[in-house]
Design a protein around this ligand. Structure first.
Ligand SMILES: Nc1ncnc2c1ncn2[C@@H]1O[C@H](COP(=O)(O)OP(=O)(O)OP(=O)(O)O)[C@@H](O)[C@H]1O
Ligand SMILES: [Mg+2]
Length: 357
């Protein structure tokens, strides 16, 4: 998959801009607050039909405009395609693929394979377990639509159960047991899938982390969950055994909403002991491993979006990274080209106040 051209109309600080892409490394260089991340964000919006930077998509409409329109032309297996996403201030969202309206937006989510590395990724290592679950769920969902359905179903039952636990009047143990039965089915599928993806991220990540750090850093991942390799019956027993505690705490104490992932470098927990650069490297490794998994499963090369990539990585790590990505299409932002402009396959674009110079 290759992005050929992007048209940004009223998106963030872009009024009307055409951006053309090379098949290899597309570097966007500029000072702070010029619109580099906005380009990466717009490509993400095309893939996921929503932004990752704010809660409300309408915040991404240009301050002086009533709508945005992002048009992306891309090539898959030698064929040209066009995808357009439109959003107005009333929240009306419309997507067209090759000029045909898409009726169900969820059908096309993640159809354009991308892997994004953003400065906010640091929260995956340093933030709460919720951030890590979001990280793994997003990967799992991009690999399997049925995973997404299992997750949605599970969350539906969890919500009903939690509502019931909160309200003493509504409590019905028999009904909770039925909810637990339904939840167990989804837990088995979800935790198996998470386990497989985490193992694969670790397998691929070990090699990448070794190369990035000249073998100085050995990476390990640990999936923390009560349900690894458990049968549906064992899961159900576990949930039912905790009903009394659920009632006491007024919320569900066991379930995949408590899972976590731990990252280790040379057997030390990165959250507790990792330096800033080590944490960034682990995250970059995770994104590159994610890229390789997605490439294998989707049988096409995803687009790599690397925002503000150079910060906190030393020269050797940057050199390895550019060598790794030189044969793929990527969009990279940086404030400074020093030390990278001479790498292979780079097209440098300068960004100034929402314009390509
Ligand atoms: N809805 C909006 N309408 C107009 N301009 C916006 C909107 N949202 C953000 N901006 C502007 O976009 C600019 C920020 O763009 P962006 O985040 O892409 O910067 P950047 O070039 O990545 O900077 P940095 O190097 O600091 O990361 C800011 O000037 C901001 O005011
Ligand atoms: Mg930025």
């Amino acid at each position: 998959m290759l992005i050929k051209r992007l048209l940004l109309e009223g998106f963030r600080n872009y009024i009307n801009e055409e951006i053309k892409f090379d098949n290899k490394i597309n570097l966007f260089v500029g000072d702070n607050a010029q619109g580099k991340t906005n380009i990466i964000e717009s490509i993400y919006v095309c893939s996921y039909a929503k932004t990752y930077r704010t809660q409300k998509d309408i915040d991404t409409i240009n301050f002086d405009k009533d709508y945005y329109r992002i048009t992306m032309e891309y090539e898959v297996d030698g064929e040209n395609n066009k995808q357009e996403i439109f959003l107005d201030r009333r929240g009306r969202k419309q997507i067209k693929i090759n000029d045909v309206k898409v009726t169900k937006i969820s059908d096309i989510v993640a159809n354009i394979p991308i892997v994004i590395f953003s400065p906010d990724d640091i929260n995956i290592v340093k933030g709460s377990p919720q951030e890590r679950r979001k990280f793994i769920d997003l990967i799992c969902c991009s690999l399997s639509k049925s995973y997404l359905i299992h997750l949605q179903e599970y969350n539906k039952y969890l919500k009903i159960k939690n509502n019931m636990l909160k309200d003493d009047e509504k409590r019905d143990i028999e009904y909770i047991k039925i909810l637990n039965e339904n939840m167990s089915k989804h837990i088995v599928v979800i935790s198996n899938f998470r386990k497989r993806v985490i193992l694969e991220l670790e397998r691929k990540g070990k090699i990448i982390q070794g190369e990035l750090t000249n073998k100085a850093e050995e990476l390990k991942l640990e999936y923390v969950s009560d349900f690894i390799d458990k049968t549906e019956e064992e899961v159900l027993n576990n949930l039912n055994e905790h009903i009394n505690i659920d009632l006491m705490r007024k919320s569900t104490v066991k379930g995949i909403q408590k899972d976590d992932i731990l990252f280790y470098i040379n057997d030390k927990d990165v959250e507790k002991y990792g330096s800033q650069g080590q944490a960034r490297t682990v995250l970059l490794t995770m994104r590159l491993a994610n890229f390789e998994i997605l490439k294998e499963v989707k049988k096409t090369e995803p687009i790599l979006l690397l925002d503000d990539i150079m910060s906190e990585l030393d020269k050797n790590r940057v050199a390895y990274l550019f060598n790794y990505i030189k044969n793929y299409q990527s969009v990279i932002t940086t404030t400074d080209v020093e030390g990278i402009k001479d790498f292979e396959n780079i097209k440098v674009n300068k960004i100034l106040a929402g314009s390509l110079k």
